[in-house]
Ligand binder design. Structure first.
Ligand SMILES: [Zn+2]
Length: 335
């Protein structure tokens, strides 16, 4: 059985570049990202693209970054004064490296109107280095950006994870995994979502759900997402009536938030015309078209929703009850 679902959240570098271009153009770049995956070349490529996007001298937005001007060239050569790479020293990234980085970040830029630091092998930060970085992430400064390169974002401390936006570059065998789920009785579109989660999370879903009840899980979250996008106050009631039953164990409530982030990410791509048709099952095209036609939300609303969803995860990880965290999400979104 062939399922055209070879999907990761965003493995296609063209889509990612388009995504960042839109975000930068609308001035919605987050202050911190984790680039997660084994493929270092893709991380290098996207990082250079992003820095060039911010710094390129080319005045025509349409072809920015130009890749040719002096600035673009020096970014490629790693010779741009407002971009700094931090690499692990021996086995780990140490606390004094993070302290130095912090000092560097808060000095005035030399050429650009921003500063950006890239921490390579960010998962090798020891606990004190992680905590030092956390203080930077907790108090974001305008025009200061941090990118963490990691092999697996799940290796970062949850406190750090919840404060960065993760972009996945995956080498996982999605197709193989999805075929296994299909053999177990799951539909193509269910298999796609199951393979989107980390393997421990997927096992948790498989332990708690059957193909039928998992379909209900998906539908409940899709409906909730719809209400959030439409800023419909019913989303508050839905936490009790539709979602609460999916909140135990609490990891499942985090996965619900991840699924909402997934929907939000793809809906944003859909709105900016970057949907790769063959990559999402048609139910998502239907959902997004419906959302677009009923009352098209401004992209800014979706960017804010993204932040509220990250905050929801963070609250649950800090032991706030899932019901309360989701109710807060509903209230914040409806403001
Ligand atoms: Zn340029």
């Amino acid at each position: 059985m062939f399922c055209r679902l070879n999907l990761t959240i965003a493995s296609n570098s063209m889509i990612l570049k388009g995504y960042f271009k839109t975000i930068v153009k609308n001035k919605h770049l987050s202050h911190a990202y984790a680039f997660s995956g084994d493929n270092r070349n893709e991380k290098v490529d996207l990082t250079e693209y992003l820095v060039a996007l911010l710094a390129c001298e080319q005045s025509d937005d349409a072809i920015r970054p130009c890749g040719k001007c002096d600035t673009c060239q020096r970014i490629k050569e790693g010779n741009f004064p407002d971009m700094l790479f931090v690499e692990k020293d021996d086995q780990s990234v140490r606390v004094d490296q993070i302290r130095e980085l912090k000092q560097w970040l808060f000095t005035t830029p030399v050429e650009a109107d921003f500063k950006i630091a890239i921490i390579k092998d960010a998962e090798s930060m020891n606990t004190s280095a992680s905590n030092a970085l956390l203080t930077v992430l907790e108090e974001p400064v305008e025009n200061v950006y941090i990118i963490l390169w990691v092999n697996h974002s799940s290796n970062l401390l949850p406190t750090i994870q919840s404060r960065v936006q993760t972009i996945f570059f995956d080498d996982k065998d999605y197709q193989g995994e999805q075929e296994e789920f299909i053999e177990q009785g799951y539909s193509c579109s269910q298999a796609m979502i199951l393979s989107y989660f980390l393997s421990e999370e997927t096992s948790l879903l498989l332990d708690n759900y059957t193909p039928e009840s998992f379909e209900e899980w998906l539908k409940d979250y899709q409906l909730f997402y719809q209400k959030l996008v439409q800023q419909d106050k019913m989303s508050f009631v839905m936490v009790q009536t539709h979602l609460k039953k999916h909140f135990k164990p609490s990891t499942l409530s985090l996965m619900g938030a991840d699924y909402l982030l997934f929907l939000n990410y793809h809906f944003m791509l859909h709105l900016i015309g970057m949907t790769a048709e063959e990559k999402l099952p048609s139910i998502y095209d239907k959902l997004f078209s419906h959302l677009k036609s009923s009352k098209q939300p401004p992209i800014q609303h979706l960017v804010e929703l993204n932040q509220h969803l990250l905050n929801t995860k963070q609250a649950i990880q800090a032991n706030v009850s899932a019901q309360l965290a989701y109710e807060q999400l509903s209230i914040k979104t409806n403001k």
